[in-house]
Design a binder for this molecule. Structure first.
Ligand code: ATP
Length: 206
């Protein structure tokens, strides 16, 4: 009997820090699409975000690794953290595809806000050839991103969607920490301990 092709999603982001929004969206995508694996890929130097307020890549990778530990479907990749220079999704997908068994079906998990930006990323057409987008609903994101991606994709190959809504953003978490407020339950406990131990995001922290 022919073996079913592996179904793997790539979930990129700055994860500065990783929060429950990321985890809930990834779990929902895995369940809804029957994914074998979701690979979290923290960005080394995100091309669309300045270094201001960005925790060191090693710290963001550590938070991701600790936050996903124990979920057999979740994995973390250091492919962007190790790559010198800016990270582009098209390169990351190309690299990961080569490492996965031939025939693997690849997906790209992105929030609705990022989906609205995707047409402006490097080689968006190639990105969508390599991986089918899985767009997660997000508060405050401009409407229409899914329809726009559908128009850019070959007929009959629209983006998948994840409807669960979790109104948490890393920007808000960083400002909570900087002003001494609690992020307990918004950030997975194991990641929160890394933030405390390393003194991340405190006012004046670099
Ligand atoms: P920041 O506030 O610093 O921009 P963020 O909370 O958007 O951070 P990122 O690490 O930049 O987190 O996000 C990685 C990916 O996860 C992006 O595609 C983003 O759209 C998506 N994402 C993050 N938080 C949510 C959420 N609450 N719901 C849906 N998608 C999300």
């Amino acid at each position: 009997m022919a073996k079913r092709a592996l179904r793997v999603a790539v979930f990129g982001g700055s994860f500065n820090p990783i929060h429950v929004g990321h985890l809930i969206v990834a779990e929902e995508a895995a369940e809804r699409l029957g994914l074998d694996r979701v690979i979290f890929v923290p960005a080394g130097q995100p091309p669309h975000k300045g270094a201001e307020g960005m925790a060191p890549a090693a710290a963001r990778l550590e938070m991701v690794r600790r936050a996903i530990a124990g979920n057999p479907r979740f994995a973390a990749s250091d492919v962007e953290v190790r790559r010198p220079g800016k990270s582009f999704t098209v390169d990351t997908l190309g690299t990961l595809r080569k490492r996965l068994p031939a025939g693997t079906e690849l997906f790209l998990v992105i929030g609705e806000d990022a989906a609205a930006d995707l047409p402006g990323w490097r080689e968006p057409g190639r990105i969508m050839e390599l991986a089918r987008p899985v767009v997660a609903a997000r508060e405050g994101a401009a409407r229409g991103a899914v329809a726009r991606l559908r128009r850019m994709m070959p007929r009959g190959r629209g983006p998948e969607t994840v409807a669960v809504r979790v109104d948490v953003s890393a920007t808000d978490l960083r400002s909570r920490i900087a002003s001494g407020r609690s992020v307990r339950y918004l950030v997975p406990e194991a990641a929160r301990r890394v933030i405390e131990r390393r003194g991340l995001y405190r006012e004046g922290a670099r």
